[in-house]
Ligand binder design. Structure first.
Ligand SMILES: [Zn+2]
Length: 361
């Protein structure tokens, strides 16, 4: 009798611990360096009149603190409070905690494809590559009976239609200047669409400003309640290429504030509260400051394979910043997304294993 009683308790405990995540939100901010994530603003770049957009006092006022911990918190207050407290943050090379691109190219299409397919296919070697031949983990999710029709993607850059193979996958991919809201946009979506159309277009038709991608995604989250949502912000990469360091930092700080906004909505909504995992990362790194390559990335920029990620959710133990020596790869993310959701991602292409460390208690 007693034995049965205990096994019921154990079984219940095991079941409860087994799978709590029912929703996942994946967020990327393009080409944002691990150096700023973990160390905050770099004073050598900020002091350089070529990069500080003519105002070194403002950038120092906003982002500088002598203490590195304080400095990074000024740049990404939500990451370094809530996520550091409740989740895990990987990629601080100061501790030899390394996260890297497995692909040799260190630019966007190969990086996003690696994130979403779990495969660093060297054939995917161009940003103008045609629609992805591989079935991404998002498409895999959309094939699962419980998730079908509940997977969506929003991206500032217009390549996501191809990276996620919108046509074949059946996943709505709202990117660049695509209107949001489908055939029946609500009032908020109509306003977002009108403003998007008339907005400043510093990146031509290739990419919109992040603010439009964010509000379209947030409105979709609140009204359509997807179980899998991908949001890709792009300004961090664009401003770095232009050498606008203040705008690069401003874009990152804004992304951090938007993640907070998303998290606060999640924790206020019964479908999502305590049942949602969040995964935040980047497609590639950028070069080193000493080598004068911080603006750039790509095959010839030595350090641009160095990336980072953060994860938080009911299956993820609160360990904060990871300080152990280790090497993880971007091609492990896709299976990690699947595992967080309680699935095993299978595809015709090879898929790298999940990051088990994320699930260790
Ligand atoms: Zn770039």
């Amino acid at each position: 009798m007693r034995k049965i009683f205990f096994s019921i308790i154990l079984f219940t405990a095991f079941k409860a611990a087994a799978q709590k995540t029912e929703n996942i939100i994946i967020i990327t901010t393009d080409g944002f360096r691990w150096q700023e994530v973990f160390k905050g603003m770099d004073s050598a770049i900020a002091n350089n009149s070529k990069y500080n957009e003519g105002d070194s006092s403002e950038i120092f006022e906003k982002y500088w603190a002598n203490d590195e911990m304080e400095r990074r918190k000024k740049l990404m207050p939500f990451l370094w409070s809530t996520i550091n407290y409740h989740g895990q943050i990987y990629g601080n090379r100061g501790y030899e905690n390394k996260v890297s691109n497995a692909n040799p190219y260190k630019f966007s299409y190969p990086g996003y494809s690696e994130i979403m397919t779990g495969f660093a296919d060297t054939a995917i070697n161009s940003n103008s590559f045609p629609p992805n031949p591989h079935v991404t983990v998002l498409e895999f999710f959309n094939q699962q009976p419980k998730l079908k029709g509940k997977v969506s993607a929003f991206g500032a850059w217009d390549a996501f239609d191809r990276i996620l193979n919108e046509k074949r996958s059946g996943i709505p991919v709202i990117n660049a200047f695509d209107p949001t809201g489908g055939k029946n946009p609500n009032a908020n979506e109509r306003l977002i669409n009108a403003m998007l159309k008339d907005s400043y277009k510093p990146f031509n038709e290739d990419e919109c400003l992040d603010v439009f991608t964010h509000y379209a995604a947030l409105e979709h989250l609140k009204t359509k309640k997807p179980k899998v949502l991908y949001i890709s912000y792009g300004e961090t990469d664009e401003w770095a290429h232009s050498g606008k360091y203040r705008s690069y930092l401003d874009a990152a700080k804004q992304v951090d504030a938007w993640i907070k906004q998303i998290w606060e909505f999640i924790q206020s909504d019964p479908q999502y509260k305590n049942k949602t995992s969040l995964f935040i990362t980047t497609d590639h790194g950028r070069g080193d400051v000493i080598k004068k390559e911080w603006r750039d990335h790509g095959k010839d920029v030595e350090d641009a394979y160095q990336i980072w990620f953060a994860v938080m959710g009911p299956e993820v133990a609160a360990k904060g910043e990871m300080k152990n020596e280790g090497q993880l790869y971007q091609d492990q993310f896709a299976q990690t997304f699947a595992k967080l959701m309680g699935y095993t991602y299978t595809a015709k292409h090879p898929v790298s294993p999940a990051i088990n460390k994320v699930f260790e208690k």
